[in-house]
Unconditional design. Sequence first.
Length: 247
Amino acid sequence: MQWTADALIIGTRAHGESSAIIDVFSREHGHSAGLVRGGNSRRLRPVLQPGNMAQVTWRARLSEHLGTFSVDAGRAFAAESLSDPLLLAGVSSVCALLQVTPERQAYPRLYDTVMVLFEELGEADIWLPLLVRFELALLEEVGFGLDLSSCAATGTTENLTHVSPRSGRAVCHEAAQPYLEQLFALPRFLREPQAETTYAEVMAGFALTGHFLERRVYAPHQMSLPPARQRLMNNINRLMKNELEGS
């Protein structure tokens, strides 16, 4: 058994004295794990950092075996992000969240979303909203997509401003009024792709996706949201605070 693909490294752990087991995410094969001989060496350790791209070749005698990877370095998004705590937290969060996907199932749309997101890492006003959209896409791909197309109460597609924490369906402004404290805000950028985005709206988006990721994806497996995601939230909150103090 053998395949080769461009892949994002999403996790690395030492195995024995010199090897490593890595998790990768590719367009054709989704989340896959394998052994890299010498992966804990000085030469390969920087290549195998989560957030880096690589061309990997997986080999195993049988498909159900762990298998081994040979790795050729690609673009080092992780290294490019080291000088920016917000970027590094964003890259780390994406990699950690992708690890929740079932192994050996292809998610081409999710892979394409991640690639678009990573290509925009230099522009926070672009990649932060894209990261919220990535989390929405992740929910959809693992079977828990939200319905933001019409109001759960009236059926209208106009003036959708909130989301029900139970059903994951949108609610229009009029129907939401009696229940504002119980509903999640639906950020404008999720309704109007060209809308300008503030840190507050981004955090509202993450509050929405985080609720459903935790409730529907992580909690049923007695898991918590990744610490990397919380570090991202902390970084955005710090930027919001600095912005308010400077205004």
